[in-house]
Design a protein around this ligand. Structure first.
Ligand code: SF4
Length: 264
């Protein structure tokens, strides 16, 4: 059946970030900054062949305000044939191209703006706010600082669940998720920048990627032998209903019979 709805889209309009935050894979992978062109962004949006999107977030791992044409990027959104309810930017706000940022705000397309207010991007501020991290040294983001031992669940995780597997959320009864890198690459989740590659929105429709061979194989590999997978084999996110302590989302936790936050 052709999908009509996308519940959650994370689209990295900028690949990479200028900060090294504890716990973020970007801190250890240190990807170079890459900004998607306006034309490529429009092409990718056009390949989201659905009727409605609930939340479109202009980030996955990258820092969106590093895009120098943010207003032109955002202007592509209302030109699409689909409707979107929430357009969100989440930013560290350490670098702002103010003239273009103000142009972007005037469009009244972005409905949610989250700003992290924790420092000014200097080594001094970073070390002051994140002891014992040192600016010149990677912040050991790969180390497990949670105090919990890592338990990798069996089987495929909630991020690659099929829409019909979600039964606790009323949004059109069709929870589809999409995570896109700045070159159009479709990845499985927002827990790691490249746990796998499921397709590319520059050349493929979302509906084709959803039922495509790459996604099917990825899910099968999770089901058959997840511990052998380089990224998913070190991740504690489980299936719907057993997502694990690293995960919280209104997709699965929202229900008339459940509390909004996971119980300890
Ligand atoms: S890294 Fe974790 S959350 Fe992402 S696809 Fe793999 S198991 Fe799922």
């Amino acid at each position: 059946m052709h999908p009509k709805h996308l519940y959650s889209v994370h689209f990295d309009i900028v690949h990479g970030c200028q900060l090294k935050c504890v716990g973020c894979p970007n801190s250890t992978l240190e990807p170079e900054i890459y900004r998607i062109s306006v034309d490529d962004f429009a092409r990718c949006l056009g390949n989201m062949d659905v009727e409605r999107i609930h939340s479109l977030r202009l980030f996955n791992y990258g820092e969106p305000l590093l895009h120098k044409q943010l207003s032109s990027i955002v202007a592509q959104i209302p030109k699409q044939s689909w409707k979107v309810s929430v357009v969100e930017i989440s930013t560290n706000a350490q670098k702002v191209y103010w003239d273009d940022f103000e142009e972007m705000l005037k469009l009244e397309v972005v409905t949610k703006l989250f700003v992290s207010c924790d420092g000014n991007g200097t080594p001094e501020s970073y070390e002051h706010l994140r002891p014992p991290s040192k600016w010149g040294k990677l912040p050991q983001a790969q180390e497990n600082k949670t105090g919990r031992s890592l338990t990798v669940p069996r089987g495929s995780c909630t991020f690659v669940a099929d829409a019909k597997e979600f039964d606790a959320h009323p949004w059109f009864g069709e929870i589809n998720q999409l995570y896109v890198d700045a070159d159009g690459t479709v990845v499985p989740c927002c827990m790691h920048p490249k746990a796998g590659v499921l397709g590319n929105l520059m050349t493929q429709k979302f509906s084709d990627i959803l039922v495509g061979e790459a996604r099917r194989k990825f899910k099968q590999e999770q089901t058959d032998n997840r511990v052998a997978m380089s990224v998913c084999g070190n991740c504690d996110v489980g299936p719907i209903g057993n997502e694990g302590p690293s995960f919280w989302s209104p997709i699965t936790y929202w229900s008339a019979n459940k509390s909004e936050l996971p119980e300890k």
